[in-house]
Design a protein around this ligand. Structure first.
Ligand code: MN
Ligand code: MG
Length: 650
């Protein structure tokens, strides 16, 4: 009946296509009907619906699913056949996610990101690593509210059965170029980084297990193919590694692209954009066209910053659809002008905003209300002249977190954990008000942005004691050389040296001898091989063993070579954590309830005579702050540009 009609249409379409080929004089290929299928992707949404930064407590046009939804509507309107998927990292990663998990809960509530997605006609999603951050029961409740199915082929329950469906078949009515109607069967298979077993050990040990991505693809693709699917889309919550594919890897796209039978790959997890220059020069990867091993692939940034678009051309040959062409694009919701201004390219969809309005407002109240308490004020007015609570608290949280992860890795068992952190807000070119200043007492989530400015993620490197010393030597370039015999004014701080490169390493004690020149220049180049500023470097009270191994907790910027620090070239990384340093800080505060960020004075300067007039500047508000321990700070009048001057004695 309707099949007969469809068949006749196909025959007519075949004839039309053949005539077109003959007219254009191009060699005949498939002679059947031709259709275009637009595959749309969001990924790494991390509970960002409103374009609103809850940490800064202000609007932000660079993210938010409500904006992405507008681009998706446009992309759908342009295409005859379009289908939308999400690639995971859905339910965690913004204060709204924490609010739902820690405060409101999901019993009787649909998760707000799911509610927003339910209004956008998603065909399915895969799971990201962050789906497991609040435990399996919470994930189950969240997925329960979704009007779309989840698929993942490499995560299992303890009994070996799949945690969610390893693959899906989605049948869609589609229209070919000639207007003919067809039913298209789209096979969908999902993957996540097997490392979730380390990253969420507490939630998953004994309850779940993971397998290698490529291994899972080889295991389940034949089953999926047997469902007579016309096209296969892989939802890979992973990215593209620079190193050659290896078993068990986190960013497995290159390995996956070598598995036969996958027509398109959605990527994520790295929070980058593909096609794009971040992926230039990788074997088998076309970073301009958006292919890996010839397979079209796309990665849409993060938090809804982009929508991934893969346009497939399908042609029917002997009754079977074949992909004969593809085009890949990542569309951004904003532009950045040459002077770094943000220009929005999509208004927020009012229906999507309305769907989560109540949770948005409750989240605002949540970030503005206390989540813990600090027993001491946390400010950075003196962060460059003495050990400081604003840096101390970051190191305490990083050490707490990295020790937990290292404890799950046999190769890191028993290795001492240190932590490196720098004052991010410490005046300088950003002006005299640019300091962290959180009062003692209740501490709100939005205060945490003041303590950790950048959305970095946690990394740990493994280095020896000698390299710990060199790291500190590189940091000590923060200071000018001091002549102890001079009685005229000498400025302590080198204004060209950014404060975010002044790493304090916690877990060791040391002194800085400023009578010596800096061993490294501002770019991290060794310039004075005979000079040593770091003296009396001790671990557990004993002179550091230059050969002893240490794990140093830091961030992705430093560990990947940012600031060109000794021991930090990307090759020493032993822990590549999925969490932002800021989230770790929030979790630390929530779990400790009362934090004690008093600095432990683990570093100081080698004293100079009081007759030396060594000065530095800070914000005028520093006058009201508690004076740091171990040094003597005396007000010395006003300094240019609104700063206040102080004399420093040790
Ligand atoms: Mn993510
Ligand atoms: Mg300290």
């Amino acid at each position: 009946m309707s099949n007969a009609v469809m068949n006749r249409r196909e025959v007519i379409a075949t004839g039309a296509a053949a005539a077109a080929v003959a007219l254009s004089g191009v060699a005949a290929q498939a002679a059947g009907p031709k259709l275009s299928l637009r595959l749309l992707e969001t990924s790494d949404l991390h509970v960002n619906v409103y374009p609103y930064d809850y940490y800064r407590d202000g609007g932000d046009d660079t993210f938010g699913l409500a904006k992405t939804a507008t681009l998706i509507k446009q992309a759908r309107a342009e295409a005859k056949n379009a289908i939308l998927f999400d690639n995971g990292d859905i339910i965690q990663g913004s204060p709204m996610g924490d609010y739902m998990a820690y405060k409101k809960g999901l019993k009787g509530n649909v998760h707000p990101i799911i509610a927003a997605m339910n209004g956008m006609d998603y065909a399915g999603c895969t799971l990201g690593n962050h789906e497991f951050n609040y435990g399996l029961e919470y994930l189950d409740l969240a997925l329960h509210g979704a009007k779309f199915p989840a698929t993942c082929a490499n995560v299992f329950k303890a009994d070996g059965s799949p945690l969610v469906k390893p693959w899906l078949v989605i049948e869609r009515d589609v229209v070919d170029e000639a207007g003919g109607a067809h039913k298209l069967r789209i096979g969908v298979i999902g993957f996540l980084p097997p490392q979730i077993m380390q990253w969420d050990k507490d939630h998953l040990a004994g309850k779940a297990m993971t397998t290698d991505v490529v291994e899972a693809a080889r295991r389940y693709l034949p089953e999926l193919k047997a469902q007579k699917v016309d096209v296969v889309v892989a939802l890979c919550h992973g990215g593209i590694a620079r190193s050659a594919p290896e078993k068990g890897e986190e960013n497995a796209a290159r390995g996956l692209a070598t598995v036969a039978g996958i027509d398109a790959i959605f990527l994520g997890h790295q929070h980058l954009v593909f096609p794009g220059k971040d992926f230039a020069g990788i074997d088998g990867v076309d970073a301009e066209k958006g292919t890996i091993n010839g397979v079209p692939a796309v990665m849409p940034g993060f938090w809804g910053s982009h929508v991934g678009v893969i346009d497939l051309t399908l042609e029917q040959d002997n009754g079977a659809w074949k992909v004969t062409g593809h085009k890949v694009e990542a569309r951004s919701i904003y532009d950045r002008t040459p002077d770094r201004k943000i220009v929005s390219k999509a208004d927020a969809d009012p229906a999507i905003l309305a769907a989560v309005k109540a949770d948005h407002e409750e989240t605002l109240a949540y970030v503005r209300a206390p989540v813990g308490e600090s027993s001491a004020p946390i400010n950075s007015y003196f962060a460059l002249v003495a050990d400081d609570p604003s840096v101390q608290i970051v190191s305490q949280a990083q050490t707490w977190y990295v020790e937990q992860i290292a404890g799950t890795m046999p190769e890191l068992k028993g290795v001492a954990v240190l932590s490196a952190a720098a004052p991010f807000k410490a005046g300088g070119r950003s002006g005299p008000d640019y300091y962290t200043d959180v009062k003692a007492g209740p501490i709100a989530i939005k205060d945490v942005a003041d303590l950790y400015l950048y959305p970095n993620t946690v990394r740990a490197v493994k280095i020896d004691g000698a390299t710990v010393r060199e790291w500190l030597e590189r940091s000590a370039g923060m200071f000018n050389q001091i002549d102890p015999a001079k009685t005229t004014e000498q400025e302590l701080i080198n204004p060209a040296f950014p404060s975010y490169n002044y790493d304090v390493i916690d877990g060791v004690t040391y002194k800085i001898d400023l009578t010596k020149p800096s061993r490294y220049d501002g770019n991290g180049k060794l310039i004075a091989p005979d000079a040593h500023r770091i003296v009396d470097l001790r671990y557990k009270g004993q002179p550091i063993d230059e050969k002893q191994a240490f794990i140093v907790a830091t961030n992705n910027y430093r560990a990947g070579g940012g600031g060109n620090f000794p021991g930090c070239d990307g090759k020493t990384i032993v822990i590549e954590a999925p969490d932002t340093n800021r989230d770790v800080l929030v979790r630390y505060i929530v779990e400790q309830k009362v934090i004690n960020p008093s600095a432990d004075a683990n570093w100081n300067f080698v004293p100079w005579p009081e007759t030396a007039n060594v000065t530095f500047v800070s914000g005028p508000a520093a006058a009201k702050a508690a004076m740091p321990k171990g040094v003597k700070v005396t007000p010395a009048g006003d300094a240019p540009d609104g700063f206040a001057k102080y004399k420093l004695a040790v």
